[in-house]
Design a binder for this molecule. Structure first.
Ligand code: PNS
Length: 159
């Protein structure tokens, strides 16, 4: 049986830490659906279309990766797509509590759903989209934080 997984997130904007997780998932599973949350509670800096376009550009080398937007509950979207595995990156202890809470909530909502955590590459443990936004908006260098192919677009939007 082919294993389809979902990598969900805000991706506001994509970082090289996200790409590391997507790339590793792409090597482990047959099909990876990168699902970009549309109805963000927090005000996103990039629209859903922009976040999707950046991800498409940054993952175009991976044949088995699909980028989509989704609304509502992840558990419902996974069921709709016939997916039973969520893949998430886990950076540090500070991520753990919230990720654990999300995994258990998703399991309660859809008992067939398993969450698999990939430990972040040690090089990217500190990296987050909010840190990228703060550094870029204050004129700092984000070239080692975001995929090179989308660096200029991100800088242009955040400066
Ligand atoms: O990149 P993030 O902010 O860690 O991603 C969080 C995301 C999008 C995976 C999470 O907020 C989510 O799944 N939202 C959809 C709404 C939902 O299903 N909520 C209940 C489980 S948390």
């Amino acid at each position: 049986m082919k294993t389809k997984v979902i990598c969900p997130g805000s991706f506001d904007p994509v970082t090289i830490g996200h790409i590391d997780i997507i790339s590793r998932a792409s090597g482990m599973f047959d099909h990876v659906i990168v699902a970009v949350l549309n109805n963000l509670v927090k005000n996103p800096s990039f629209t859903t279309d922009e976040r999707i376009a950046l991800l498409k550009q940054a993952t175009k080398e991976f044949d088995n990766v699909e980028i989509v937007g989704f609304d509502g509950l992840l558990a419902d979207y996974a069921k709709k797509r016939g997916v039973n595995v969520i893949v998430k990156g886990l950076r540090a202890v500070s991520d753990f509590e919230y990720e654990f809470q999300q995994a258990l909530t998703n399991k309660k909502l859809n008992p067939e759903l398993e969450t698999v955590f990939l430990t972040s590459n040690a090089e990217y443990m500190y990296l987050s989209s909010s840190m990228v936004k703060q550094v870029a908006s204050l004129g700092g260098d984000i070239s080692s934080f975001v995929p090179q192919c989308v660096h200029d677009i991100i800088i242009e939007r955040l400066k």
